[in-house]
Design a protein. Structure first.
Length: 156
């Protein structure tokens, strides 16, 4: 068994069904199963040599890890972590009140520019069309048979 298989994960269960997956075996070794669950796992382990070997490997690694010397952090460790957290928080903080006002002024200016451009465009469109010109298309009516005059243009 390698270190990778000792870590509980979502991989396929062991050979004796879904009840003996890596997470269940790790919980069994850690002693975090309920007494009923622990008895059920122990019963299944009696019939599954592969799972028993995995449990023994987990226990061996747990003993090795527990024998490692404890490492105390350096005295300035907490200060360094706190400084770094403050810098990260300051970098992620929203803009201050001065920048908020500048952003608001920029937004108002942008709206005014858009309105000015729209007004100039509308004025240019009005100048292109003569005053009093019909706004609808006029279709001439062909003369009636027999020489009668047409009643006048038809507006659409």
């Amino acid at each position: 068994m390698t270190l990778e298989t000792a870590v509980p994960d979502e991989r396929a269960p062991t050979s004796n069904g879904p009840d003996l997956d890596d997470a269940t075996l790790a919980a069994y070794v850690d002693g975090s199963l309920s007494p009923d669950e622990a008895r059920a796992v122990a019963a299944k382990l009696a019939d599954d040599p592969v799972a028993r070997a995995e449990v023994e490997e987990l226990r061996r690694m747990l003993r090795l890890v527990s024998e490692l010397p404890e490492v105390a952090p350096s005295p300035e460790f907490t200060d360094r972590v706190m400084r770094k957290m403050r810098r990260m928080r300051a970098a992620a903080a929203p803009a201050g009140p001065g920048l908020g006002l500048a952003a608001l002024a920029f937004q108002v200016l942008s709206i005014l520019v858009i309105l000015a451009v729209a007004a100039v465009y509308m004025m240019a469109q009005l100048e292109a069309r003569p005053v009093g010109a019909p706004t609808r298309d006029v279709v001439p009516v062909p003369p009636r048979p027999g020489g009668e005059a047409a009643p006048g243009p038809v507006h659409r």
